[in-house]
Design a protein. Structure first.
Ligand SMILES: Nc1ncnc2c1ncn2[C@@H]1O[C@H](COP(=O)(O)OP(=O)(O)OP(=O)(O)O)[C@@H](O)[C@H]1O
Ligand SMILES: C[C@H](N)[C@H](N)CCCCCC(=O)O
Ligand SMILES: [Mg+2]
Length: 268
């Protein structure tokens, strides 16, 4: 008899970071790639994206559609095919704090609408590995009462098909120890589970990077938060100011594939 491979447990992960530009999108795309290789049906969701290009069809009567690079990369690395709006239900043009962009564009964000849209996307894709990328750090607001942390709680709540695990991306730079420890406290204070953290080297030569890494590894291990992987600085992500947008996205995709090698252990 042919042995039957055991079914992979469904997973829903929420990717947060120590700050904006910590590397959440790079790590998210890498995790989608690694999960796909492990046999998962993968789907990446960017609930709120601030910082979009307007794609026009040449007709001055049509306003065009907003496209965000993070969401496009998550779409590219999802092996369950879905239209753009399912990957990114709320898109704003300005690359600023999302609640301010939403206010400026007179489309205020509301937690219940955002939650509904995310649940719709997740149900439509029906993937076995669902990845949700936040924006900025853990407590980035969506309005004056709620933050993306509240969205993470909603997506891990009673209506959820499976429990939600948070993964913290620590962008290795001076100051990241404090940001990482604050983020861990804030994630735990919401009663959410941290599956682990990923160390992401943001500079080719951070002073005493290894000592920072070892300190965080030890201190977080005492709280039973494992290091899931360390992604090195990837020179291929350095771009000239005049690099065309499609080339930028291709470079990010190549870098994500490289980064996924450092995260393979999460799926073995
Ligand atoms: N390991 C790395 N090596 C080199 N450059 C990196 C690395 N990780 C991230 N970067 C660069 O740092 C920048 C920020 O990365 P990324 O877009 O993944 O951050 P983010 O946390 O998703 O930000 P946001 O809050 O806007 O979603 C990008 O230009 C990316 O190419
Ligand atoms: C535009 C940027 N790249 C991110 N999408 C949004 C970062 C919001 C940070 C808000 C803050 O913490 O002050
Ligand atoms: Mg991002």
């Amino acid at each position: 008899m042919t042995p039957v491979a055991p079914a992979l447990p469904n997973r829903r992960v929420f990717i947060t970071g120590t700050d904006t530009d910590a590397g959440k999108t790079l790590i998210s795309a890498a995790l989608l790639a690694a999960a796909g290789r492990a046999g998962y049906q993968t789907f990446g969701l960017k609930p709120v994206a601030a910082g979009c290009e307007r794609i026009t069809d040449g007709n001055a009567q049509h306003p065009g559609q907003l496209r965000n690079d993070d969401a496009l990369l998550l779409q590219r690395f999802s092996n369950v095919e879905q239209p753009y709006a399912i990957h990114n239900p709320f898109a704003f043009e300005a690359a600023i704090a999302p609640h301010i962009a939403a206010r400026q564009e007179q489309r205020p964000l509301k937690l219940d609408e955002l939650t509904r849209a995310c649940r719709h996307s997740l149900a439509t894709a029906n993937a076995s590995f669902e990845l949700i990328e936040g924006a900025g750090g853990w407590l980035v607001p969506i309005n004056t009462t709620h933050s993306l942390a509240d969205l993470a709680v909603e997506l891990g709540g009673d209506d959820a098909q499976q429990p939600l695990e948070v993964i913290l991306v620590v962008g290795l730079r001076l100051g990241c120890i404090n940001h990482a420890l604050l983020s861990v406290e804030a994630i735990h204070s919401r009663g959410l589970t941290l599956a682990g953290w990923v160390a992401n080297s943001l500079s080719p030569a951070m002073d005493v990077e290894q000592a920072n890494l070892e300190y965080l590894t030890d201190v977080l291990a005492q709280q039973h938060i494992p290091l899931l992987g360390h992604v090195p600085y990837l020179k291929m992500l350095e771009q000239a100011a005049d690099t065309p947008p499609q080339q930028l996205l291709d470079n990010k995709a190549n870098a994500a594939l490289r980064a996924s090698q450092s995260l393979e252990a999460m799926f073995s």
